[in-house]
Design a protein around this ligand. Structure first.
Ligand SMILES: Cc1cc2nc3c(=O)[nH]c(=O)nc-3n(C[C@H](O)[C@H](O)[C@H](O)COP(=O)(O)O)c2cc1C
Length: 366
């Protein structure tokens, strides 16, 4: 099988979406004897692709050949070569990134000029035999869900490929794929994408796998709090200290279902940078404050660099404690139940409205 990946992210290799596409490909390839030589990838951002001039010379003057001499003619050959084309792209303004749309416009030489009277509301027949070719769309978007955000994309591909003639894998919360601290959850999702690739190669993605792909990476409120905190700026537009941004993101993971009945006041005392922030774990949400006077429940005295390494999974939290890389003052119960408070819960877990523990390392501790 010849596979063509069209990477439409302006970020090229650094694309969030490409991580999903690579996982999907790994699944497809696992189920083939050896398909690695048959994969081609086009990084649209690095290609010389000029806008269609609308001159119709590819229909009239030089049938099938565009008059613009750039990277498009060879890309069209790759499209004809491929048995499976995977479109990998971010959602931009509820649609495709501009250069990818230009790439689509430049496919005009692949159509014949004549009207296809069978097509509902008009269309043109293909110049070449495209029967048997398969298409997959893989995309991430920045909102918490992919639901309803891809209507214009599917409307477009319904016309280009035909309704039901292509497979989609759309995922919200796409920016989380670049956050190492959240890799427990994102890797779990990527494993499902890989499974989907394997099943696709054997005839189609199973309903059960599709259902897992529809699950949110994180519940909406947790994701939106993390997303808002990630910009590192205050409401006033002023830049905030990186340690505050980090602490807010950590606090965003708080699972109120673990609320013990009274507020927990956790102080993060970053000893190497002389900063201390308070995280208040309340009945319905967590708050980070910079000014406080009340006595805390628990204080974690830690170099900021150590806590960052723990959060990134470079050091194990409990091992770091044993080595006295940080210390805990006050109620230690919070540390023992860290997973319940700050675990990387899936949306489905949260909806059960009870404390959950996935037994994995989280953005913080053991
Ligand atoms: C110009 C621009 C427009 C965007 N429009 C949307 C949008 O309409 N809906 C959405 O959910 N995310 C939107 N996003 C967020 C991206 O889809 C998201 O960050 C995606 O994960 C990026 O994927 P990539 O790393 O593969 O390029 C937009 C981002 C940019 C830069």
């Amino acid at each position: 099988m010849n596979i063509l990946v069209i990477n439409g992210s302006p970020k090229g290799e650094r694309s969030n979406t490409l991580r999903l596409t690579n996982a999907f490909l790994a699944g497809v390839c696992n189920s083939q004897e050896d398909c690695s030589p048959a994969i081609e990838i086009l990084h649209i951002s690095q290609m010389d692709i000029n806008p269609c001039l609308g001159c119709f010379s590819c229909w009239k003057t030089t049938p099938g050949q565009c008059c613009i001499h750039d990277d498009m003619p060879s890309a069209l050959e790759k499209l004809l070569w491929a048995d499976l084309t995977i479109w990998s792209f971010p959602l931009y303004f509820f649609s495709l990134p501009g250069k990818l749309k230009t790439f689509i416009d430049r496919q005009l030489p692949l159509s014949l000029p004549f009207m296809n009277s069978h097509a509902e509301s008009g269309g043109h027949p293909a110049r070449y035999d495209m029967s048997g070719k398969k298409t997959v769309l893989i995309s991430t978007c920045g909102f918490y869900t992919a639901n309803s955000n891809y209507d214009s994309v599917t409307a477009q591909f319904d016309r280009i490929c035909g309704k039901g003639n292509y497979t989609t894998l759309f995922c919200g919360e796409g920016e989380l794929f670049r956050v190492p601290e959240l890799s427990n959850r994102t890797d779990e999702y990527l494993a499902v994408v890989q499974q989907a690739g394997r099943e696709y190669a054997f005839g189609g993605i199973k309903e059960e796998t599709n259902a897992k792909l529809q699950e949110l990476l994180f519940p909406r409120d947790v994701f939106e709090r993390m997303a808002d905190a990630s910009w590192g700026i205050k409401q006033t537009g002023e830049k905030e200290d990186v340690s505050l941004t980090f602490t807010k993101q950590m606090a965003a993971l708080y699972n109120p279902a673990a609320y013990p009945g009274t507020d927990i006041i956790l102080d993060m005392d970053y000893t190497d940078i002389g900063k201390r922030y308070r995280i208040i774990l309340g009945k319905t949400e967590s708050r980070v404050v910079e000014q406080f006077s009340e006595k805390p429940t628990t204080v974690i005295h830690t170099p900021f660099s150590v806590w960052q390494s723990i959060a990134a999974g470079e050091i194990e939290g409990s091992a770091a404690l044993m080595k006295h890389l940080y210390s805990v003052e006050g109620d230690f119960d919070l540390m023992l139940k860290w997973d319940d408070y700050f675990g990387q819960h899936k949306s489905a877990d949260i909806s059960k409205d009870k404390p959950t523990s996935n037994g994995k390392t989280d953005i913080g501790l053991p």
